[in-house]
Ligand binder design. Sequence first.
Ligand code: WTA
Length: 653
Amino acid sequence: MTETTEVYSAHLPGFQETAFIKGHEEYQALHKRSLEDPDAFWAEQAEKYLSWQQKWEHVLEYDFPQGKISWFGGAKLNATYNCLDRHIDTIGEKTAYFWEGDDPNQSLSLTYKELYQKVNKAAAALKAKGLKKGDRVVIYMPMVPELAIAMLACARLGVIHSIVFGGFSAESLANRINDCGAKMVITADGSFRSGKTIPLKNAVDAALPNCPEVENVLVLDRCGLGLTLGENESWWHEVMADPDLPDYVEPEPMDAEDPLFILYTSGSTGKPKGVVHTHGGYLLYAAMTTRITFDLKDDEVFWCTADIGWITGHTYLVYGPLINGLTGLIFEGVPSYPGFDRFWQVVEKYQVSKFYTAPTVIRSVAKEGAAMVDKYDLSSLRLLGTVGEPINPEAWRWYYEHVGKSRCPIVDTWWQTETGGHMMTPLPGVHELKPGSCAQPFFGVDPVIIDPDTGEPARYPNQEGVLCIRKPWPGMARTVFGDHKRFIETYFSQVPGMYFTGDGAKYDEDGYFWIIGRIDDVINVSGHRLGTAEIESALVAHRDVAEAAVVGFPHPVKGQGIYAFVTLNTGVGKTDEIKKELVKMVRSEIGPVATPDVIQWADALPKTRSGKILRRMLQKIAAGDIKEMGDTTTIADPSVLEQLIKERVASTA
Ligand code: WTA
């Protein structure tokens, strides 16, 4: 396959002389050292990127079979001291954040000093509400500076934040609040999206009756909806204006291994897992990957378009840029409002140098035509990035030519919520660019392709297998909140002695990695990870549904769409009304992110004789790829399959 692969030079103007990593040789030497002597390598990085209150007793201790990983044990530091306090004397007047509203007429900026002052106030307010080290707070907010301020206020006190993306429903919110035992919820009355107001607080109101441990709710007045607050609920602006609040709160000294945050993510089975990241290793990995992958210089503006509610926003909008004292851009809106040229207008307005987004965004703007990009002056751009899903070569080329004008490298960063930061990515000035390949591992990362049949490493290039990681890296998750057994089972039991990613992948003759996609029942819709089991359980909650099977199918913009096969109870009519109810059901159980694109009625689902649903066949039907169904001998009743295929063909006829 690779002989037909296009290759773009690593040596784009401006990177050869100035890049942090100068060329492939230096990369290789450093990468080798990071694996051979991780203690020395990471101790050096830890000194370089972070300020420690107390040094570590050991650099790395680990035991994968027990899911035990410890970096910089015994060391003390605080995330916000590293993000803010230590910058005040030197770059206090520098812009920490530009903020651009959904409405193009709304914008503001915050200097490091202003951010520091606001975080201190907010920390004082949380402290006054009784929050202390180790407590959990759920944050459910729009993309406004207060979201970052709320996170940092928690981190200052050693309170563990758990952000729930605004696109999740009340039900999902309640599940997450209860799973982590949050004492407080920080939210807003609503959020603006494409000029419309979305009522966020309603979801909190619907969730809270089922969340007995929540003591306080803090509400930001974002949309002026004029809500009346209930008992134990207070307005953000009133709380922060309290004259009795001190201006300064001592940053809590945290052990390197103390949790910094919990972030929920979908797996192939059961409910979403609360992935736990730490103060020490995570912050170091966030800081280093931000600097190196994007080759960020101090005077550049960095725009990561991800919502802070996802890991990409945590690492590359908040912790990574702030630790490095960089200027970031928080954007509240969407790429299509007021027009499909919004992103490029914002790039021009803020003179963005480094731009990081998801392939789904590129596909959605590319389909509107290059004229939307061409009318802006994008000469400030020096590097582009992608994350979240494999990028198809057409989208890659469009991005490279129309946005980057064939002079900006594209870093296709492969990583996961669990990995904390980039795991594989081309580095600017180091790697040649192959559209669709995430190139080579970051420092400290030791990837291997495992043949699922033998459990042994792949023996030759282009052999597809399961991507595993052989050694720990500082940014990796430490546990699943409240369920360490699940952590071990999910990540360390499938291939003994290694971290199991759940992604299928291969490497080519040049040792470049290519991610093929999830091998488990996780689908990736517009870069959002969703478990098919979660969607199925929302569907079967409908009184008329007997059974449901959900699979992903190729979608031109979203990467993957959601395709649901639904079996109704005997005697129930297959109406469009029920389809609408099912869509509503999923939206209320999980959230709009999980809305099915297609629902196909199935009189029965294809199963093996032992009753296992044949998902691979359903995937083929969903994709419309029905000529070659593969081995159908295991199927209990072949007529079930024939019927589904017939109906699928009829639906597209
Ligand atoms: C997929 C997002 C191909 C992959 C940071 C992974 C990618 C899952 C890429 C994690 C990429 C992420 N190329 N696939 N560059 N980046 N993925 O936890 O399947 O939301 O396992 O983390 O997204 O999604 P998550």
